[in-house]
Design a protein around this ligand. Structure first.
Ligand SMILES: *Cc1c(COP(=O)(O)O)cnc(C)c1O
Length: 434
């Protein structure tokens, strides 16, 4: 398609005149890969259609929420019915209770849950709760993990373990990040040193158990075990950010995956989003009763929201959770995701392209390097120029993957074997040209 006939181009021009960068969330702007973002007109199942009416196989699914695919009939029906009953009341509804009960019945580490509207809000609130419950200020996070854009979490590592982080965004004063310690993912020795130095002042350790914001990197079982043990030993809370992995890598989230390897394993607080809203603005954080009772109106940790527990969003989330609870759902989803990554790997191998893949449930990652990376610096060693060729090669062939190499991919229940075969065939053509 030439520039002149690509209808995404004038839309992007119009957007850039009125919205900074033309987008309402930076990665959508295609800055990393170059080119013009596709303006989505509509979506159904595993596909969306752009301004040109071109159909794409969608491996982003709104960055995770659309686990059933777009426009699932049961979800549509629930949302339409809820919308007719009212958009928002600012007073409690039975549906919020139902959704809370549904979530708690799936995630045994949580006794209580509070609903909010975005993952950012949930992560920020979880940190405040951890600080309020422990009476401590310091927090530990890991390089390459994203927990939303709350000020205290927009931090990269400082110069040493004794020093705290540096803000990664303008507008975040140094005082606001002075309590945030940033460590290397999967580095057990550094973790132990950090706790030895600061453990008694640490309110919480926050982690993406399977990191999806540096492509796809698993925490090792040993690292996970030490995170849990050190938090317990020093009286810090273990906060699992399962905004991406919750209901995505398994029904019970990443914590259920690690609990198989580490008997009795549980985080203290879990942060959720994405899938629980089924594509509507809904997120949550929860944990043990004694911790959650620190929240207002019971306790001294303030947290609130005009649209929290929104009746249309909760209808969407509930209908989604009820579908994914059906027997065999994750077995089928995992099998299609595995067939995709194995197909991609075989195609890359056949063309002599260094390639590694991993997946869990409906979430996957691939790297243009022979070994899977274990931390952020290793992820960043990926050949960006080659990734961009792969991205645009797939886009030209109507396959839409994340427009940046540090993002994970998502398969939905709507992706068929034929969709996956078509994707692998497209990738094989692109690998030939790399
Ligand atoms: C997406 C994401 C967030 C932020 O959620 P928003 O709804 O975009 O604010 C937080 N943590 C993780 C792990 C995420 O993937």
């Amino acid at each position: 398609m030439t520039q002149n006939t690509d209808l995404n181009v004038p839309l992007f021009e119009r957007a850039k005149a009125v919205i900074p960068g033309g987008v309402n969330s930076p990665v959508r702007a295609f800055r990393a890969v170059g080119g013009t973002p596709r303006f989505v007109q509509r979506a159904q199942g595993a596909y969306f259609w752009d301004a040109n009416g071109q159909r794409f196989i969608d491996y982003i699914g709104s960055w995770g929420p659309m686990i059933l695919g777009h426009g699932h009939p049961a979800v549509l029906e629930a949302v339409q019915k809820a919308a007719l009953e009212g958009f928002s009341f600012g007073a409690p509804t039975e549906r919020e209770v139902e959704l809370a009960e549904e979530i708690l019945s799936i995630v045994p580490s949580m006794d209580m849950v509070r609903l909010v509207s975005s993952g950012t809000e949930a992560g920020m609130s979880a940190i405040r709760l951890a600080r309020g419950a422990t009476g401590r200020s310091k927090i530990i996070k890991f390089e390459g993990c994203y927990h939303g854009h709350a000020d205290a979490l927009l931090v990269k590592a400082g110069s040493g373990l004794a020093t705290f982080g540096n803000a990664t965004s303008a507008g975040v004063p140094p005082e606001v990040v002075q309590h945030t310690l940033v460590l290397e993912y999967n580095n057990v020795q550094q973790l132990e040193e950090a706790f030895a130095l600061h453990g008694k002042e640490v309110a919480c350790l926050m982690i993406e158990p399977i990191a999806g914001n540096m492509n796809f990197v698993r925490a090792s079982v040993e690292f996970t075990r030490r995170c849990r043990e050190l938090c317990t030993q020093y009286g810090a809370l273990l906060v699992y950010d399962e905004v991406m992995t919750g209901f995505r890598v398994a029904l019970g989230g990443a914590q259920s995956v690690y609990a198989k390897a580490i008997p009795g394993f549980e985080p203290d607080i879990t942060v959720m989003g994405k899938v629980i809203g089924g594509g509507m603005p809904l997120a949550a954080f929860g944990g043990k009763r004694a911790i959650m009772e620190h929240l207002a109106p019971l306790g001294g940790v303030y947290q609130a929201g005009t649209l929290s527990g929104n009746p249309v969003a909760t209808a969407c989330g509930l209908a989604t959770l009820r579908e994914i609870r059906k027997p065999g759902f994750y077995e089928a989803l995992s099998a299609s995701t595995r067939s995709l990554v194995q197909g991609l790997k075989a195609a890359a191998d056949a063309e002599g392209v260094p390639f590694s893949v991993d997946s869990e449930g409906g979430m996957f990652g691939f790297f243009l390097m022979p070994e899977l990376p274990q931390n952020y610096p290793q992820v960043m060693r990926t050949d960006g120029a080659r990734f961009n060729q792969l991205f645009h090669g797939l886009l030209d062939r109507s396959v839409y993957i994340a427009p940046a190499l540090y993002e994970a991919g998502f398969v939905s229940a709507a992706h068929t074997a034929a969709d996956i075969e078509a994707t692998v065939a497209a990738a094989r053509e692109v690998f030939k040209s790399l």
